[in-house]
Design a protein around this ligand. Structure first.
Ligand code: OAD
Length: 238
């Protein structure tokens, strides 16, 4: 175990009010690509940039193209939680961790056993009709092809937050609450470039801000401890 991981271990052992804020990098070791790394979703070639395909207006205007992308790139294919997801769930069971706040839509924190998970960008594990709001099992999108339609004629959509859409206010308020009250904030696997999610970390008031991220982020200089390694590999040593 290297020195910075040992420091993280000590901080975790001394805290009983940890909050974790994470992004796509938490799931790469489960085989789900992130967005902005060289092999990430946004560096692959499509007829449109993925940020545009993942926008509300694009989904409304061009559901066929949206669903081609979705079935190709967002389909859940049985990925399993990795050591990072599992360790966070363990800390929650031990009463050390109060909340996981994630930008991920893959449901892997819950699959690992975490209960208090705030999914800022929604989840692929729920879907509903964009017109009448009737709820559908997620398999209707995940296991299907083409554009899934509701009995009312509307298009069924995943319960994720598209670009141009607002984040759920209750989720945002809960995230602010947990971060404000946290003794220790661990941020992992996120480039911290997408707002308002990334701005939430400004609510942290403590002096145990830890960043575990493969790449550099704009917040590195504010952190008390920065670990530039794979989060699953780091957490498996804690
Ligand atoms: P990004 O792809 O922007 O950033 C992932 C970060 O994780 C990068 O800085 C990587 O270096 C790092 N990383 C990758 N694998 C890692 C690993 N094994 N261990 C540690 N770090 C690792 O993903 P997010 O920050 O989650 O939004 O992106 C935020 C939002 O942008 C997403 O929720 C999505 C996207 O557009 C919406 O779709 C609304």
């Amino acid at each position: 175990m290297n020195e910075s991981i040992r420091q993280l271990k000590e901080l975790v052992e001394a805290s009983d009010n940890i909050v974790f804020f994470g992004g796509a990098g938490v799931s790469t070791e489960s085989g789900i690509p992130d967005f902005r790394s060289v092999d990430g979703l946004y560096n692959q070639k499509y007829a449109y940039p993925p940020e545009r395909i993942l926008s509300h207006s694009f989904f409304e205007r061009n559901p066929e193209e949206y669903y081609r992308f979705h079935h190709d790139k967002l389909r859940l294919t049985g990925a399993k939680p990795n050591a990072a997801h599992l360790k966070l769930a363990e800390w929650e069971r031990q009463g050390k961790l109060k909340a996981v706040i994630t930008q991920n839509i893959d449901g892997l924190h819950q699959a690992a056993g975490s209960r208090n998970v705030i999914e800022l960008h929604g989840t692929l594990l729920r879907s509903y009709c964009a017109r009448c709001r009737k709820e559908y099992p997620y398999e209707i999108i995940n296991d299907g092809t083409g554009v899934p339609r509701c009995g009312c004629g509307g298009v069924i959509r995943p319960d994720i937050v598209f670009y141009e859409e607002a984040l759920n206010e209750d989720d945002l308020a809960a995230a602010v609450h947990y971060i404000r009250e946290a003794d220790m904030l661990i941020i992992g696997g996120t480039s911290l470039v997408v707002y308002p999610a990334a701005g939430l970390i400004n609510y942290y008031r403590g002096d145990k801000l830890v960043l575990v991220n493969k790449g550099e982020t704009s917040q590195d200089s504010y952190a008390n401890l920065v670990i530039r390694e794979k989060i699953g590999e780091v957490f498996s040593q804690l």
